[in-house]
Design a binder for this molecule. Sequence first.
Ligand SMILES: Nc1ncnc2c1ncn2[C@@H]1O[C@H](COP(=O)(O)OP(=O)(O)OP(=O)(O)O)[C@@H](O)[C@H]1O
Length: 290
Amino acid sequence: MTHNTITVSGVSRTFQGSPALSGVDLEITRGLTGLLGPNGAGKTTLQRILATVLAPDEGSVRILGKDPRTAAERTEIRRHIGYLPQELGYPRGFTAYGFVDYIAVLKGFDDTKQRRDAVRSALHSVGLDALSTKRICALSGGQKRRVALAQALLGAPELLVLDEPTNGLDPEQRVSLRGVLAEAGRHATVLLATHQTEDVAALCDRVVVLDGGQVRFEGTVPGLLATAHGRVWLAQTADPAAQVSWRTPDGRYRNVGGRAPVDAELTDPTLEDAYLILRGAAARDTEVAA
Ligand SMILES: Nc1ncnc2c1ncn2[C@@H]1O[C@H](COP(=O)(O)OP(=O)(O)OP(=O)(O)O)[C@@H](O)[C@H]1O
């Protein structure tokens, strides 16, 4: 195990008697790992544990070679983490620059010049140079999200825990942020929770799918895609054999999952298809178990 690796062993976490995570085992290595799953799957709970803001009820994690249960090691981990929570509150009156600079002070950037350079670089990387002196309350939702991402990127941390970083961004911004995240993934361990399967397909080496607090898939993006090969077909009608179907702009139906008819016109699956098929299998397993 290198120091860039995150190891999650038998982690469970319950809220008011309901399990949010149940016996999660994972290894997350350097590069970009996508974290997919439906609403309530446990993605945010897992990310909060990895960001050391929440402790598991059971199991343990090792983050960058350290154990967050020990105060000194937890502090050391926090020095090397950039965390973008799902929601971030901003103190009233701050400009974008002022807020990111404030976080830089809290993160312990002692040298003034280095701190200013780091703040400017983080704001530049999310395309906010021109808006850096604007008050955050006057920014749009997507612009605020970019301020939040800038504070996570400060100082090029070894571990980036990002909860839906591209949420609310317009297509140009999403694509431009892919460049930032891809660059970060060259040097850091990045865990990217998202509902955007296209972002995972475009960016990530590996993918984890959580559902009902359990790991449903852990592997490479091509590995997840391969599970859908031969299971997506086009037809003139919605095929009852499919798990889901929808009408495409050319008038034909895209049928996903289930068993393709023998003479079906198969088409290449997307990561979204593979994810939907996996979700369907999870739903069937739950029905059988009930
Ligand atoms: N602080 C909390 N108090 C009570 N229940 C919680 C808390 N945090 C999470 N939960 C519950 O734990 C489960 C997992 O929630 P979590 O936010 O981790 O899911 P998620 O995969 O991030 O969902 P989403 O995609 O909607 O953000 C949900 O049932 C949620 O209601």
